[in-house]
Design a protein. Structure first.
Length: 412
């Protein structure tokens, strides 16, 4: 069917309507285009479609450089000029806030990248095939089926080289039962952290033999199977494969500077860092505050934050393991002046929002990677007596629909 596209929808599609007025979410199109769309899956009453021919292209349309674009489920905006991608993401956040009854503060900015490629320092690749025929790849768009890749221009070049080094070494060694491969590189070092997930028991000697074969192919890298270093702001952190890190190192620094700038921690203040992970933000703010308490549900991440505190000789830091809503119930009024909040994509539990309102901290800085849940939680905090004072967007994931938003809230 031929349709005219309208506004952007979160998730990497644009909105259109068919001849009967039904809503379509058209992927691989841009706003204000006329396209030949092929309908596909129907979800929640909305039909997803693919633009298979562009009849009237947007002035913002460019050729997608990746040969897998359109098949791969990772990227959604490679066919748009990068400045246009930023405008689309700003519109998505604006719409999410509007639906929640909020408005972005005047002067809200979006920080993009000078070079929006090769920024990922971590990648997870699914194994396809067995033994001498093994390949690695990603899931197809809106599908659980995987396909093999020959390149990924979003990943650090070292990860791409390592991916094919592991593939070739696995083919030689005949290792079977591989499920996926997780690779992370040190942004300021030579370490390559790897984790190969397999079905069934793992033979230690076989693992050593595989690592040796890979190392021969990557003489400029140091293979690591336990943890690697992450360095910034004069601090050193330990990172394991089972703990979260921001995959865009360059924009992580922009995001953290933005959040810390909004927080404006003072030497006499006590700060909470909620959903703290391995303590990257917590230990950063500890350099300016009297004391910082990190709350993290993942025990491995909480332990790594304590280890990093010792490595960096940070004395005014402690970590409380557990769910945020449960830990906050034990916090007494007046114990802290401000909090950093950086939850997973699902946002905060209602109980956590209720505890934050009960504590009545002077300032909250809420970092989010999901506009809809961010806007939902901000609206609840506003209902509980806070005002949104500032906001900023940081494009952590160019070529995709994902966007990070930071908001400063103060007690009314």
């Amino acid at each position: 069917m031929i349709v005219d596209t309208g506004g952007v929808a979160h998730g990497g599609a644009v909105i259109a309507h068919d001849d009967q007025g039904r809503t379509l979410l058209v992927h691989h199109a841009l706003p204000q285009e006329r396209v030949l769309a092929e309908p596909g899956l129907r979800r929640a009453g909305v039909v997803h479609a693919d633009a298979i021919e562009i009849l009237t292209p947007s002035a913002d349309r460019v050729p997608a450089p990746c040969p897998h674009f359109g098949v791969c489920g990772g990227c959604s905006w490679q066919h748009a000029r990068y400045p246009a991608q930023l405008e689309l993401k700003l519109q998505v956040v604006t719409d999410a806030w509007r639906r929640a009854g909020l408005r972005l503060p005047p002067g809200t900015t979006i920080a993009g990248m000078d070079n929006p490629w090769r920024y990922r320092i971590r990648g997870e690749f699914e194994a396809i095939g067995e033994g001498g025929e093994i390949e690695f790849g990603f899931h197809r768009a809106r599908s659980h089926r995987a396909f093999s890749i020959t390149t990924c221009p979003l990943h650090d070049e070292r990860i791409e080289r390592a991916l094919f080094a592991f593939r070739d070494a696995l083919r030689e060694s005949g290792v079977r039962g591989v499920v996926n491969l997780l690779l992370s590189v040190e942004p300021t070092g030579h370490g390559l952290l790897w984790r190969l997930r397999r079905r069934g028991p793992v033979d230690a000697q076989q693992q050593l033999d595989l690592a040796g074969r890979v190392a021969e192919r990557l003489p400029d890298l140091v293979l690591l199977d336990d943890s690697m270093s992450l360095e910034f702001f004069g601090l050193t952190f330990r990172v394991r494969s089972d703990t979260f890190i921001q995959t865009n190192y360059e924009q992580m620094l922009v995001l953290y500077r933005t959040a810390l700038g909004m927080l404006g921690a003072r030497p006499q203040e006590r700060i909470l860092d909620l959903y703290a992970g391995i303590g990257t933000l917590a230990l950063s703010v500890a350099q300016a505050a009297a004391r910082v308490t990190a709350v993290e549900e993942n025990p491995a991440a909480a332990q790594l934050s304590l280890l990093s505190a010792r490595i960096n000789a940070v004395k005014n830091f402690n970590a409380l393991p557990g769910r945020v809503e449960s830990v906050l119930k034990g916090v007494r009024l007046g114990s802290y002046e401000a909090a950093l909040i950086d939850p997973p994509r699902a946002g905060c539990e209602r109980a956590a929002i209720a505890e934050l309102i009960r504590l009545g901290l002077e300032r909250l800085v809420y970092v989010s990677c999901e506009p809809s849940t961010h806007a939902r939680d901000l609206a609840l905090l506003v209902q509980g007596g806070y005002r949104v004072r500032r906001a900023a967007l940081v494009d952590m994931f160019p070529q995709t629909y994902h966007i990070e938003t930071v908001a400063l809230l103060e007690r009314a």
